[in-house]
Design a protein around this ligand. Structure first.
Ligand code: NAD
Ligand code: AKB
Length: 320
């Protein structure tokens, strides 16, 4: 039976991935760990939960030893927009956090899942059909930590045999936990504002295409990759995965099919706009499809319907 540790369990992905892992492997076998943000009651009550700081290696090692952990899903991180506000802090959490997790994994023989991001690419990479293997020269601190993290995970596999695996997630859209300060956060906020106000002011320009994915697909990607037959994995870390390539007006048009009075205007944030323009419009995820059978289930239409249903239920706002 697997014993799993999740870092960043109160975050946008962690809050849902911890529960998905508990449903699959058993509540007692999945240890959720958070930092300053308290996880919700369901997560706190359904299985073991602790507070750790991943920049302190002992706090990770204690958890792994106490629960005899054999697999770590390392989600603790600082996202792109927050990282640009405080790059030194982002380097510390993203790099030392990952290094500590890998060192503990080496010592205790754990497998490690670490998400990279579309942010690992920069303006020099092809923007369309961005290949799995291409030039990676990101212009953000977030992206720099993601490329360095991908390389570090490859190194720990090749040098020490640590079973490291990871994906380059696109912007993730979900209705349970709000995103933690990224460039793609607009694609979640637009749904909340559509339900609450019937209007949204977008901080990215019309025509800014980015890869996106609905959270159920993102959770499946992580679990399927960790369950994949290792002999088929040629890339291991940092598989491109995507589900849709959309610009703000595409999401707005889909929302309007359900909420016809919805309107969107623009007030561009130059920092997040510059980051978005340096990221792929759409990635080529054929390596993930070939090596471990990756295939998304949600497209823009099915995701929009599900997001609006869930947010209107959560906020108790009826959509006619
Ligand atoms: P998030 O910001 O929602 O959650 C990250 C969590 O890390 C937070 O709950 C925070 O409290 C915790 N944390 C911060 N500092 C910590 C520390 N020192 N010790 C322990 N925990 C700490 O992020 P997320 O969206 O859930 O992202 C998880 C991972 O997936 C990150 O590596 C992120 O880069 C990657 N990713 C996310 C997206 C996305 O759209 N959400 C896209 C691509 C990649
Ligand atoms: C961000 O915008 O920082 C994240 C990501 C795509 O990595 N959502």
């Amino acid at each position: 039976m697997q014993k799993i540790l999740v870092t960043g369990a109160a975050g946008q992905i962690g809050s849902e991935l911890t529960m998905a892992l508990r449903r699959k492997y058993g509540n007692e076998n999945v240890i959720g760990t958070a930092h300053k943000t308290k996880p919700d009651e369901a997560l706190l009550e359904s299985g073991p939960c602790h507070f750790i700081d991943c920049t302190e290696i002992n706090t990770i090692a204690e958890m792994v030893e106490k629960y005899k952990v054999d697999t770590i899903y390392h989600l603790a991180s600082i996202l792109s927009a927050v990282a640009e506000q405080n790059p030194q802090f982002a380097w510390n959490v993203n790099m030392f956090g990952l290094y500590n997790v890998l060192e503990v994994a080496r010592e205790y023989k754990c497998a490690v899942f670490t998400p990279s991001s579309i942010g690992a690419f920069g303006p020099a990479a092809p923007l369309n059909k961005t290949p799995q293997d291409t030039i990676q020269r990101p212009s953000t601190m977030y992206g720099i930590t993601k490329v360095a993290g991908e390389l570090l995970c490859d190194y720990y596999f090749k040098r020490f045999g640590v079973d490291t695996r990871g994906v380059r997630y696109p912007g993730l859209i979900s209705h349970k936990t709000l995103p933690g300060g990224g460039t793609t956060d607009y694609a979640v906020k637009i749904f909340y504002e559509a339900v609450k106000q019937r209007k949204y002011t977008c901080y990215l320009k019309a025509g800014t295409y980015l890869d996106m994915m609905y959270m159920p697909d993102a959770l499946r990607a992580a679990i399927d990759l960790m369950e994949a037959n290792p002999s088929r994995l040629k890339h291991r870390n940092a598989f491109n995965v995507t589900a849709m390539s959309v610009a703000p007006e595409d999401i707005a048009a889909e929302i309007k099919r359900i909420i016809p009075e919805f309107t969107m205007d623009f007030k561009v944030d130059p920092v997040r706009q510059a980051i978005a323009e340096s990221w792929p419009n759409n990635m080529d995820d054929s390596a993930a499809r070939e090596e471990w059978g990756w295939k998304p289930e949600y497209d823009l239409e099915s995701m929009t319907k599900d997001m609006i249903e869930n947010i209107s239920q959560k906020l108790k706002i009826k959509i006619d």
